[in-house]
Design a protein around this ligand. Sequence first.
Ligand code: NAI
Length: 561
Amino acid sequence: MTAQGRQRRGQALLFDPLTTKGTAFSQQERRDLGLLGLLPYAVKTIADQVAHSYAEFSSRQDDLDKHIYLRGLQDRNETLFYRLLSDHIEEVLPIVYTPTVGDACRRFSKIYRRPRGLFISYPDRDRMREVLRNRREQQVDVIVVTDGQRILGLGDQGVGGMGIPIGKLSLYTLIGGIDPARTLPIILDVGTDNVDLLHDPQYLGWRHRRISDEDYYAFVDDFVTILHEELPDVLLQWEDFATAHALPLLKRYRNRLLTFNDDIQGTAAVALGALHGAVGVAGRPLSQQQVVMLGAGSAGIGVLEMIRQQMVAEGLSETEAAERIWAIDINGLLTDDRADLSDAQRRFAQPASRVTGWDGRGLADVVRHVDVGILIGLSTVAGAFTEEIVRMMAAKTDRPIIFPLSNPTSRAEAHPAELDEWTDGRALIATGSPFAPIRHGTYPIAQCNNVYIFPAIGLAVTAARASRVTDAMMRVAATTLGEASPALHGAGQPLLPAFADLPEITTRIATAVAVQAVRDGVAPAASDQEIAETVRRARWTPDYQTHQPPEATSPALSGEK
Ligand code: NAI
């Protein structure tokens, strides 16, 4: 039984999305559980129901309509929802999550049907514990929380940001096998600075400007403290916070509870995973590469931090690793004579003495002077990887590794087809947004989608009962993903696996991460074999349970939860 062992009957059973089977209740169950007459006579299998729902889904023309249909199905019957998703994973991923979920966030108040998760609104701040205790299920393994301020590339969406935790947790279940009854989406509604929303009569959030930073951090601190008292073992994943808040929050809480920020750490791990595959094909390890990063914002710095750690894990000293990393932002190369760098950026500043005599400090200058093997873009600057720069790089290395990772597609630093042409097919490419296969549809391009990592982290910490997410756990996730790179096994293959293979690869990644958690001393001791078994058993699958009639005499089993 999925819904934390509760025993229900009649209407309560039929209308509980976690326990219902709809028309798949057998005649025996209908008689035993007070369902007689509540359903049409025919008994369907889950396969019949999936076929029916998929036909309905397919009849919707518009992606947002499809999203709304699936969200409705999720609210009616979660088992069926996840079975449909599992059977059509490649097709439904972009509907349940990016890019369609962005539209769903923008139109959240217009398409709102039924509540899901928790809305922790600033005016209710004195009753935060009560809000948390009103959650659907008492036991929770994974929470995704946002404050809606930086939703994908769409900026401040206020309460509409709730679409993101809901969508993301669907993927924790679909890919990572987290029991849907044990997931909880949360939005911290601290107002919005989106003027259109403030003036929209349909807006469902707290109609107020965002609160001051002082009030904000106090509010988040209350949230984390009370949450930790209520659910000390839960994984808290931060999602789509504004850059200015994301890093301070992660820094503040990462050593105090089981938590990680997917935009920072998940992005870095996926990029590192794709890099593993790429350097394997190129035949030159990461620690022997020169890396150039265009963009030194939260995503760029997060990726560089993980690259640096990996170089050190491969045997370089901190200084040797730093010497191989060249970061460029809107003002040019990060050098130690610049006064405008944050502490996090300063870690990647090159000594100014290394660049004396250069004509300039832009991307073209760096590529001209440095033996660059890896070029990554997280700058939001469309077309920044010009033909001249790419050809210059391709002249220095056999297999240039080029990742234009900025989203959305319109902001990508280069189009994969251009990179392929300018390097005579030698470039090893991964992108941030999805691109159609190149070379007349024969060569699929890897998309650095965080879905390759976060469900595995959720499964690993849940199965291993880990208390922290360490950097080493994130790196192991990346290397294990990299080892599964199809490009290592044949020319013309992408750097990252197909989405349809994700559940199986996720189990592998989760096992490696759980083993690392034990090694790092943040999970109870267990052998590698035991961990592999526990991870496999921890996976929830979308199958209907056979319902037994509740024993009316036992108080523990009667009625409501
Ligand atoms: P951000 O705004 O924090 O950082 C942007 C950086 O680019 C800044 O350092 C800025 O100085 C630099 N930049 C801007 N114009 C430039 C120019 N003309 N030349 C050189 N540098 C320039 O943004 P954030 O959050 O770091 O995101 C950057 C991009 O990465 C976005 O497009 C975002 O969608 C994408 N992203 C992709 C992910 C993925 O592929 N999985 C995950 C997270 C972010």
